[in-house]
Design a protein around this ligand. Structure first.
Ligand SMILES: C[S@@+](CC[C@H](N)C(=O)[O-])C[C@H]1O[C@@H](n2cnc3c(N)ncnc32)[C@H](O)[C@@H]1O
Length: 146
């Protein structure tokens, strides 16, 4: 259940291609979307898995999660946090390595992409990355920080 602040911390629009884009001002809203949007048939790419909080929410709901994180220490903690889940592909790579990510994607493609690489100075990078993931994987939903 969201409170008023939570409602205001997330914005959603459908663009001309039919892609649903959620912009989240807070990590709490981002994680709430992870709990609310993923379904049992969905394949999800999560960029910036960090210590696996959002990864866990996604993996408990989705069919498969491809968790991308470049920091080894974070990924180790994420793996530990999500050790009960056997539906996560852990990719310890830079998210710009689209080839590595593409190889982990099953035949049916990708349904949802969550991108949070953190930090306000990285927002333009996140925007560029979102464009790359959108073009390559053609998800139906994309979630990223505002
Ligand atoms: C703010 S944290 C993500 C938090 C996460 N959304 C959560 O709910 O816990 C951002 C993460 O993105 C990772 N990151 C930043 N740039 C990246 C890149 N180019 N490729 C992969 N991971 C990246 C950082 O190492 C960091 O762990």
């Amino acid at each position: 259940m969201r409170d008023e602040n939570e409602k205001e911390s997330c914005d959603c629009a459908v663009d001309a291609d039919g892609l649903k884009v959620y912009l989240c001002a807070r990590v709490s809203a981002y994680r709430e979307l992870a709990r609310g949007l993923a379904g049992p048939e969905d394949v999800v790419i999560e960029v910036g898995a960090a210590e696996g909080h959002t990864t866990g929410y996604l993996a408990r709901r989705a069919r498969r999660v491809i968790a991308v994180e470049k920091a080894a220490q974070c990924m180790q903690r994420a793996r530990e946090r999500c050790r009960a889940q056997d539906n996560i592909d852990w990719l310890e790579v830079d998210a710009h390595d689209l080839d590595a990510v593409r190889k982990a994607v099953p035949d049916g493609g990708v349904d949802l992409v969550f991108i949070d690489i953190g930090g306000s100075t990285r927002q333009w990078l996140a925007l560029k990355l979102a464009g790359m993931y959108r073009q390559m994987f053609r998800p139906r939903v994309l979630v990223r920080p505002a």
